[in-house]
Write a protein that binds this ligand. Structure first.
Ligand SMILES: NC(=O)c1ccc[n+]([C@@H]2O[C@H](COP(=O)([O-])OP(=O)(O)OC[C@H]3O[C@@H](n4cnc5c(N)ncnc54)[C@H](O)[C@@H]3O)[C@@H](O)[C@H]2O)c1
Ligand SMILES: C[C@@H](O)[C@H](N)C(=O)O
Length: 373
């Protein structure tokens, strides 16, 4: 139960941290010494032995989706295989299971999640579990549970155990009343999807816990992410991954968005690089706790033209999905990430031509290109 022992002191601290300039002496928020949720511990503490090291001990929730396995690979290279635990409610493929530690974790099970954090001495948590925009609209109660209740569990455990917490947000955290070209970090956010609403909630709750409890919360708003060796989990930007697979397999692609629908996109390597960089950035460098990151922005017709340079016979047709189109029409067209570039040196490596070339070299499209020429 949350117990605020001295409300007026806490209010003063909040006012101070928001820069009200009232002249009240500042007590660091970290010293309040209360945790947002205190539950009597009944976790069975296994005796697990670890070698001492300066590396963070990492847990990734929702790690079997499009982004988690790649993130684990990157973090294991940096911090050592056994210092990075992937978790999910799904069964891992053999190659994932044997590539490093994996554990079952349902983020809706607060005590189980806390036990994992305690028993494995977790210090950094990457919270990837979520229902994305299109699947979220198809199952609002589940999206609300996973994206909002699950986030509350993660925030409380992170605050209680002093974790550094990364929660990704998204271009979907903006809505039709936000400036769309470009969309700055700070502007009106009135998304019209449960996904977007839950992500704005995550940004605000994470920042609130940072200022209120001293939680080391870090958040990036990702564009649509494009990857070759993992499949997207039901979002509005999925077409930009599917086109590569269809170009190679059948030479035909049916796009579910209109040809001129412009959205910010990013190659997965840039996304994961940014995630690690913001987690490693010194706290003093972060003037904000939630940043836009950007790499490129394109429409289906522009992507198709670039893909056709590799697979000239690719035929693209359009059969618009009304739900996805309405979502895309409410999202940013271009993302302003100047704050990330200024504060912690964010710089992307992949523009559209490099992205397309890299996707095809990954997917082994040589035979198709050979057939085409
Ligand atoms: N992929 C993108 O284009 C993109 C863009 C912006 C933001 N993001 C964010 O990045 C994160 C990861 O995205 P992704 O593309 O890998 O998502 P994904 O949909 O591919 O994977 C999400 C994972 O969460 C898991 N999950 C669902 N319910 C769970 C529960 N109760 N407990 C534990 N795990 C559960 C699923 O099994 C799945 O493996 C998400 O938070 C997403 O919102 C992704
Ligand atoms: C943009 C992002 O959050 C996700 N790929 C979606 O389309 O839902």
């Amino acid at each position: 139960m949350p117990i605020v022992k001295n409300v007026s002191r806490a209010v003063n601290q909040l006012l101070q941290s928001s820069g009200c300039g009232c002249g009240i002496s500042v007590v660091p928020v970290r010293r309040i010494g209360i945790s947002p949720r205190q539950v009597a511990s009944d976790a069975s503490f296994h005796s697990v032995s670890f070698s001492r090291s300066d590396h963070p001990r990492v847990l990734i929730t929702g790690g079997l989706g499009q982004l988690g396995v790649g993130l684990a690979k990157l973090l294991r290279k940096r911090f050592g295989k056994n210092n990075v635990i992937l978790s999910d409610i799904r069964k891992p493929a053999d190659n994932v299971f044997y590539s490093g530690p994996f554990i079952y974790s349902d983020i809706l099970d607060y005590k189980n999640l806390r036990e994992i954090v305690v028993n494995n001495r977790i210090t950094w948590l990457f919270h990837y579990s979520a229902l994305l925009s299109a699947v979220g609209e198809a199952n609002v109660p589940l999206a609300r549970a996973v994206n909002i209740t699950g986030l509350h569990n993660v925030l409380d455990i992170a605050a209680e155990h002093n974790l550094r917490l990364f929660v990704p947000s998204t271009i979907g955290a903006f809505g039709p009343t936000s400036p769309r070209d470009p969309t700055p970090d700070l502007c009106i956010q009135r998304p019209r999807t449960i996904y977007g609403v839950s992500k704005v909630h995550a940004e605000l709750m994470g920042e609130y816990y940072h200022y209120r409890y001293g939680l080391d919360f870090r958040c990036l708003r990702y564009p649509g992410i494009i990857s070759a060796d993992s499949q997207p989990g039901g979002g509005t930007t999925d077409y930009a991954v599917q086109i590569f697979h269809d170009a190679i397999k059948t030479g035909k692609f049916q796009c579910n968005l209109k040809p001129d629908t412009r959205l910010p996109m990013m190659y997965i390597d840039d996304c994961l690089k940014a995630t690690l960089e913001v987690m490693e950035a010194p706290a003093e460098a972060l003037s904000m706790r939630t940043y836009n990151i950007s790499a490129m922005s394109f429409s289906p017709e522009e992507l198709a033209q670039e893909v056709q340079k590799h697979v000239p016979e690719l035929q693209v047709t359009y059969s618009v999905d009304a739900v996805r189109q309405a979502i895309a029409d409410s999202w940013p067209m271009n993302f302003d990430d100047s704050n990330a570039r200024r504060d912690w040196g964010w710089k992307h490596d992949y523009d559209l031509p490099e992205l397309v070339t890299t996707m095809f070299s990954f997917l082994g499209s040589d035979s198709r290109i050979a057939q085409a020429s």
